[in-house]
Write a protein that binds this ligand. Structure first.
Ligand code: PMP
Length: 450
């Protein structure tokens, strides 16, 4: 049993010694989580919670998955060091395994045969992707944007409104929600209209939204740009799945303007969408650069930028390094995560359990007017609450209330979206059908009582 300080003690210490900017859920009665086991979390009194939000907080395989823990402990006992200076097998082994998870060489190469344009994936030509490791998603996106700027010699970058890409100078510029923006110099970033099927003006017609990117390039830049960055499903933004057809149209526009396409897979990647390993695959596109973090380390700080050897070459123009990005312990964890995903068929599980969960949530939507939209893919689902279906008035207070009540029942869900009225359901990928049923039953029970 846990014998450490109580939630109240921790809270008062936090107030005294930690930055007041650090936020936590359940303000009135925050939870003191002391143990984790797969899809469950345990508080100081040993009370068990079903964790339907751990996925965003980095856990893909399940809390304290024994294989990942073993990999971390064994590597820690042997050696932990920087990634620069010496050779070590852990980083190379994980880079190889990770690069092999990317489709082709990432790059679609245009080949002309008898003046006919033929597209082929780079792997056909024997290329392999290359990896650069970082400690976080922010670092990965900062690096990706810098690479795009170096490679193209252009500065302008287009990102999507409602997107989240990090909180350092460049990525905060690319992030497009006032909630997360400080007085950052938004150097060269343009924010395109969000292809949001629920709130957007064109509904689910992806290609119509794509026109705005063309306009931004035409009227806001020299005509040439460094690149485009987006999530395939916006996580922080409230599980907004980009309207179908959007990415193919935009990627083609970006390529014509000489830019690189960056897929931010920090939340959506790594088997979460079930149908595919990467989020961008759901729209059938092949990015030039893929960034990832969170789930790839199952809780260990680890991020990565994957691109083609040709694009990666730009980093050799000067000296570039990251002291701990890709260190032996973190990459040993990363490799273990990939093996667990394969061994336990977690992508398939995300598909099967996610489809069941979405079906049940959709049925709940038919029962309660409060639910305006149910969306997402696999184990990345969103439930948006509104007080008026026509006006789509955000039901912010109701969201908070239900979240508190779910916690009392023993279910932890996330919250997000620009208005704070979307439940974000992104559990560890080992979530079962029974867990999904328990979650929906708890929501049903709570809503019925309101
Ligand atoms: N990109 C996306 C899509 C994210 O959701 C986040 C974190 N919420 C980041 C980047 C930044 O990652 P980190 O917090 O690890 O810097």
């Amino acid at each position: 049993p846990y014998t450490g300080p109580s939630a109240a003690d921790i809270l008062s210490k936090r107030k005294e010694y930690l930055s007041p900017s650090m936020f936590y859920f359940y303000n009135k009665q925050p939870v003191n989580i002391v143990d984790g086991r797969m899809q469950y979390l345990f508080d100081e009194n040993g009370r068990r919670y079903l964790d339907a939000f751990g996925g965003i907080a980095t856990v893909s395989c399940g809390h304290c998955h024994p294989d990942v823990v073993d990999a971390i402990v064994n590597q820690t006992k042997r050696l932990q060091h920087s990634t620069i200076l010496y050779l070590n097998n852990a980083i190379a082994d994980f880079a190889e395994a990770l690069a092999n998870k990317l489709p082709g060489n990432l790059k679609v190469i245009t080949v002309y045969i008898n003046e006919l344009e033929v597209y082929a994936i780079g792997d056909v030509f024997g290329f392999k992707s290359v990896v650069f490791f970082t400690n976080s998603g922010t670092e990965a996106n900062e690096l990706a944007m810098m690479i795009a700027r170096l490679y193209t010699g252009c500065h302008d970058i287009i990102s999507l409104r409602n997107g989240y890409h990090g909180n350092a100078a460049g990525t905060m510029g690319a992030t497009a929600q006032s909630i997360w923006k400080f007085n950052v110099i938004q150097s060269g970033v343009h924010h395109a209209v969000n292809p949001d099927p629920y709130r957007g003006v064109f509904g689910s017609e992806g290609e119509k939204y794509a026109k705005d990117v063309q306009d931004l390039i035409q009227f806001g830049t020299s005509g040439n740009i460094a690149g485009f960055i987006s999530e395939a499903i916006q996580g922080v933004g409230g599980i907004v799945e980009l309207a179908p057809g959007y990415l193919p149209a935009v990627y083609s526009t970006i390529k014509k303007a000489g830019g690189l396409c960056i897929a931010d897979e920090v939340q959506v990647g790594f088997a979460r969408t079930g149908s595919h390993f990467w989020g961008f695959e759901n729209q059938g596109v092949v990015p030039d650069i893929v960034t990832m973090a969170k789930g790839i380390g199952n809780g260990i700080p680890l991020g990565a930028v994957v691109t083609t050897p040709e694009i990666a070459e730009v980093l050799t123009r000067r000296s570039y390094f990251n002291t701990f990005g890709g260190n032996p312990v973190c990459t040993a964890a990363g490799l273990a995560v990939l093996k667990v995903i394969e061994k336990e068929k977690l992508q398939e599980n995300a598909h099967v359990v996610g489809s069941h969960l979405k079906e049940r949530l959709t049925a709940l939507k038919d029962k309660y007017d409060l639910i305006g939209d149910v969306r997402g893919r696999g184990l990345m689902l969103g439930v948006e609450l509104v007080t008026d279906h026509k006006l789509k008035t955000p039901a912010k207070l109701e969201t908070l209330h239900i979240m508190d009540k779910l916690k009392e029942i023993g279910v932890l869900v996330g919250k997000g979206g620009f208005y704070g009225n979307v439940f974000r359901i992104t559990p560890p990928l080992c979530f079962t059908k029974e867990d999904a049923d328990f979650l929906v039953d708890a929501m049903d029970y709570t809503m019925a009582k309101m």
